[in-house]
Design a protein around this ligand. Structure first.
Ligand code: ADP
Ligand code: MG
Length: 270
């Protein structure tokens, strides 16, 4: 991985990130309404109960990290928010509108204004970088496709890789393509499911800076899933700690660090 290849994007991002973080600290979290709410969500796979009466408010415009060990229900929650999984009970509310209700999808996934970066990235082996980013725009028959794709390629330092296929890219570049593909559609909410788990520590650090910068630049709500508390602490405005499908603790990074929950303290040791 040649880090300087996308250093231009990073440099801009870091600068923006620092500005963004200062702004964020000055604003009062109570002023921001929840754009996404989960209300009494119950979900089982076959007979195995995974989520029980789960209530969760996601801060509008904030970066919320769902933090928990493998199998704690993180991906299930993301999929329910996206409309890719139908919970047996409870509601999902977006911008005050019920989008999933008591086992029924009322607003389909494609109409929720959500971008999803999947854990395995889900890049298409026969698509170039350019084609990945153009795909959603083509589907939606959006005008001015070429300039929108080029803008994204430049923002992510990917222009020189535009004609490469996934197998010709490094791990970090693939990550950027997956994120750019989602962002070009200007989602109101971006869901990221353990997007950095396969990267080495150095590259992970770079990507964390990019993600913080993106949040500011694109003014969106991000829900970021991880099992790594260091990632959550580096990124989050709000951390939600999950324990076997239930919320063990929720709050700012400093609140979670000083949580009186024995589970949280144990979890943070590893
Ligand atoms: P996490 O993302 O925190 O690792 P998941 O939400 O993927 O957790 O999974 C929670 C639990 O549900 C796990 O025990 C997992 O094995 C189970 N599970 C997830 N998806 C399915 C599925 N499609 N069918 C059956 N069980 C599933
Ligand atoms: Mg998962």
């Amino acid at each position: 991985m040649n880090i300087p290849e996308f250093a231009m994007g990073i440099g801009q991002g870091v600068w923006l990130t620092h500005g963004a973080m200062r702004c964020f600290e000055l604003s009062d979290p109570a002023d921001r309404k929840a754009m996404i709410q989960l209300k009494k969500i119950n979900h089982a796979y076959h007979t195995k109960s995974i989520l029980r009466d789960l209530d969760l408010d996601i801060l509008d415009g904030g970066l919320t990290c769902l933090l928990g060990s493998s199998g704690s229900g993180k991906s299930t929650i993301l999929r329910i928010i996206a409309g890719l999984e139908i919970p047996q009970g409870g509601q999902v509310v977006m911008d005050g509108k019920v989008v999933t209700d008591a086992g029924k999808i009322l607003v389909p996934a494609a109409e929720r204004g959500i971008g999803f970066v999947f854990q395995d990235l889900a890049l298409w082996p026969h698509f170039t970088v350019y084609e990945h980013i153009a795909f959603g725009l083509k589907e939606l028959k959006i005008n001015d496709l070429e300039s929108k794709v080029l803008e994204m390629l430049d923002a992510f330092g990917l222009r020189k890789h535009r004609d490469k296929y996934p197998h010709q890219l490094s791990g970090g570049q693939k990550q950027l393509v997956a994120i750019a593909r989602s962002l070009v559609l200007k989602p109101k909410t971006l869901l990221m499911d353990e997007p950095l788990s396969d990267l080495d520590v150095k590259l992970k650090h770079r990507m964390l800076e990019i993600i913080k910068a993106l949040k500011q630049k694109y003014d969106m709500t991000i829900i970021y899933v991880t099992h790594d508390h260091k990632e959550a602490f580096a990124l989050a405005d709000q951390v939600v700690v999950l324990n076997q499908g239930q919320i063990e603790a929720m709050g700012s990074v400093s609140e979670i660090k000083t949580s009186s929950s024995a589970f949280v303290q144990y979890f943070l040791e590893y």
